[in-house]
Design a protein around this ligand. Structure first.
Ligand code: DOR
Ligand code: ZN
Length: 345
């Protein structure tokens, strides 16, 4: 069936620009976004330089004006994403930042996190956290779960909203479910790779399967799908994280973490969540449209997509508009495909 829906919104993309244009830039990233049905995307601040000053945010947003998609920019929460000193959230907001996030890095110091929660609330910007302690060996489930528990606790006591990025484990989802029931103002996202794959993908795909947080177990996959279905997980984000062929050809330990996702996340979600019967189509669409729009406080637009909910297609490298092709989905058959994306910017 051919279905029309609002333009999709991705709250979590790495377009690598400035500084790592060999992986992606704002032009190629915009084309990848439109191919995947996205008309609005929020770019993360872990560029080079890190986007941690109002001047940098202003200059970045100026560059977005002529692009065919609506790009928004997140600003770093701490100077240089070092986790020590907060950036000036009020000035970053005046400069046009859409959100605050140190994504790629956790804010390990609880006091800094507490202050960030209060400062983000004061200026009315969403604070998005990469809640994962990379120092825990193997970045196992505990590395994520204790940070999620910490951030929920801090948000509750700061009486401030928090958005937890890329939730991947059964326990994280359950902590968030309980916090929501208890009245904590928490929203969260997961990504398609966390409900499509398990840690076993490493044996098949090598470093293409490396991502932070890591892929988990089948039990976690099932719990993430349940949490999407019961509303615990509000948003499906891409965490589009391009890396070059050479970087991903390295051995497991030296390869960077990350997968591209702009072109595949919606198709993967239709396949694994809608056609499986786990979510209805309105439930699924809300996680790509209304829920991210409300988190960002964006107005409705006339942007729209048309997709075929049943078309079967197999992803090949030729389908990829991104400068990088580090996708775990190459060779995977999806059911559901974007046919048209209209951004009326
Ligand atoms: O896998 C990841 N890649 N996780 C992150 O948090 C950062 C991202 C990147 O920037 O490559
Ligand atoms: Zn990310």
């Amino acid at each position: 069936m051919r279905i029309k829906a609002p333009g999709l919104i991705d709250i979590h993309s790495h377009l690598r620009d400035p500084g790592f244009e060999y992986k992606e830039d704002i032009q190629s990233g915009s084309l990848a976004a439109l191919t995947g049905g996205y008309t609005t995307i929020v770019c993360m601040a872990n560029t080079s330089p890190v986007l941690d000053t109002p001047e940098r945010i202003r200059a970045q947003i100026k560059r977005f004006e002529t692009l065919p998609a609506r790009l928004c920019q997140a600003a770093a929460a701490t100077i240089g994403q070092q986790g020590r000193e907060l950036t000036d959230f009020a000035a970053l907001k005046s400069a046009g930042a859409a959100a605050i996030s140190d994504d790629g890095q956790a804010i390990l110091d609880a006091k800094v996190m507490y202050d960030a929660l209060q400062a983000a609330k004061a200026v009315g910007l969403p604070l998005m956290t990469h809640s994962e302690d990379a120092r825990i060996p193997g970045r196992g489930a505990a590395a994520e779960e204790y940070m999620v528990a910490r951030d929920l606790t801090l948000a509750k006591y700061a009486d401030a909203p928090v958005h937890i990025q890329h939730v991947t484990t059964a326990k994280s989802a359950d902590l968030i479910r309980q916090a929501k029931r208890g009245g904590t103002a928490v929203t969260c996202e997961t990504c398609a790779h966390y409900f499509m794959f398990t840690e076993d993908l490493r044996r098949v795909k090598g470093a293409i399967a490396k991502v932070f947080p890591p892929l988990r177990t089948q039990r976690d996959v099932e719990a993430i799908i349940e949490a999407l279905a019961d509303g615990t997980i509000d948003i499906i984000a891409t965490d589009h994280a391009p890396h070059s062929r050479e970087e991903k050809a390295r051995d497991w330990d030296s390869a960077p973490g990350g997968m591209i996702g702009l072109e595949t996340t919606f198709a993967a979600s239709l396949t694994a969540l809608y056609h499986s019967g786990a979510l209805t189509l309105p439930q699924l669409l809300a996680k790509f449209t209304d829920n991210p729009r409300e988190l960002l406080g964006l107005p409705k637009t006339d942007d729209y997509i048309e997709f075929d909910s049943d078309e079967e297609w197999t992803l090949t490298e030729a389908d990829i508009k991104s400068k990088s092709s580090n996708s775990p989905f190459i060779g995977i058959t999806f059911r559901g495909r974007i046919k048209e994306t209209v951004c009326v910017k």
